[in-house]
Design a protein around this ligand. Structure first.
Ligand code: PMV
Length: 326
């Protein structure tokens, strides 16, 4: 009753921001993402009659109570499916900073879903795993798959159609992603809290939902035709729209710091000089730059001198979740 799974982080090119059901974690919008090769979570789950409670070891140390409770509640879904009443020991390791807008919840819940499913021998299909991962974190549904991935918001109340699917495998279009870490601090407003506040208070929330289908269509077309400029323009516009929306909540949610803004201007100025680079930012202050394969070295060299950058990572399109021993 023990299994280990590895899942990779993803970044959304068309973003999910808003829930149509908070309990089942059903997204109000569809989203499209790229799974990242070099940022991953490896998680081992062991259910055992010897345990007297669920425990979570995160990056080598016992995790704080809130996180452990969230994992414990999440594991109840699997216990119910398998009709077992056993506690579990969860050991999870991220190879990148946790909770600073690098989609750690995406890889974390995708790996946890696959490991728990394997440990209880539920043998769920990738689509079912995506549904289960979504219950932990909306973006985790996408990390079950590699390459370019689309999340369907679904229409059913039970969430069985709110699942992700692969648009293209990792080798289809070897894009590069450069991640600029601007601070190691954890984000002040979690995504669920941010989404709910936005839905309740932003005067622009309905327009955001209405414009989602257009962004998804345009992004699918850019991907189908491998039109990098289109992909970049839609990603940037969608990212700014999401952050503008979050800022329009009351009180406004500002995920950026000064360095985030500096980087946005620098990336646009690189583009004016003919360097193909577009930015996107999730619910945090880190800036991700998208570029066609072979351009990351030059872009990194152009931007790394900017004072205050803590770390730069370069990666490319990565694989879906894997379960060891299967
Ligand atoms: O999966 P969550 O609940 O952490 O929400 C993710 C929200 C964004 O990263 C900002 C957008 C996205 O689609 O990943």
């Amino acid at each position: 009753m023990k299994r280990t799974a590895t899942a990779h982080a993803n970044i959304a090119l068309v973003k999910y921001w808003g829930k149509r059901d908070t309990r089942l974690n059903l997204p109000a919008t569809g989203s499209i993402s790229i799974t990242l090769k070099d940022l991953f979570t490896r998680t081992t789950v062991e259910f055992s009659p010897r345990l007297e409670g669920d425990t979570l070891i995160l990056n080598g140390s016992p995790s704080h109570h809130e996180k452990e409770k969230r994992v414990s509640r999440y594991l109840d879904i699997f216990r119910q499916c398998a009709r077992v009443d056993l506690f579990a020991r969860v050991e999870s390791e991220n190879n990148f900073p946790t909770g600073a807008g690098l989609a750690s919840s995406a890889s974390a819940f995708a790996a946890l879903a696959a490991a728990a499913d394997g440990a209880l021998n539920l043998q769920s299909s990738p689509t079912k795993l995506s549904e289960l991962a979504r219950r932990g974190s909306g973006s985790a549904a996408r990390s079950i798959f590699g390459g370019l991935v689309e999340m369907n918001p679904g229409q059913k109340n039970d969430g069985s159609d709110a699942v992700a699917s692969q648009l293209y495998p990792p080798g289809y279009w070897p894009l590069e992603v450069i991640i600029f870490i601007t601070t190691q601090f954890q984000k002040p407003v979690g995504s669920t809290q941010g989404m709910n506040l936005t839905a309740e208070t932003s005067p622009y929330y309905n327009d955001w939902i209405r414009s989602n289908a257009h962004d998804l269509d345009a992004m699918r077309r850019a991907i189908d035709t491998k039109d990098f400029q289109q992909l970049g323009e839609i990603s940037e516009a969608n990212c700014l729209k999401m952050h503008g929306l979050a800022m329009s909540a009351n009180p406004g949610i500002i995920y950026w710091n000064g360095l985030t803004v500096t980087l946005l201007h620098e990336i646009r100025s690189l583009r004016k000089r003919g360097i193909p680079a577009y930015f996107t930012i999730d619910a945090g202050p880190q800036v991700k730059v998208l570029c066609p394969s072979g351009n990351s070295g030059k872009i990194k060299d152009e931007l790394r001198h900017i004072p205050g950058i803590k770390q730069v990572m370069v990666t490319t399109t990565g694989p879906g979740v894997t379960i060891e021993g299967e």
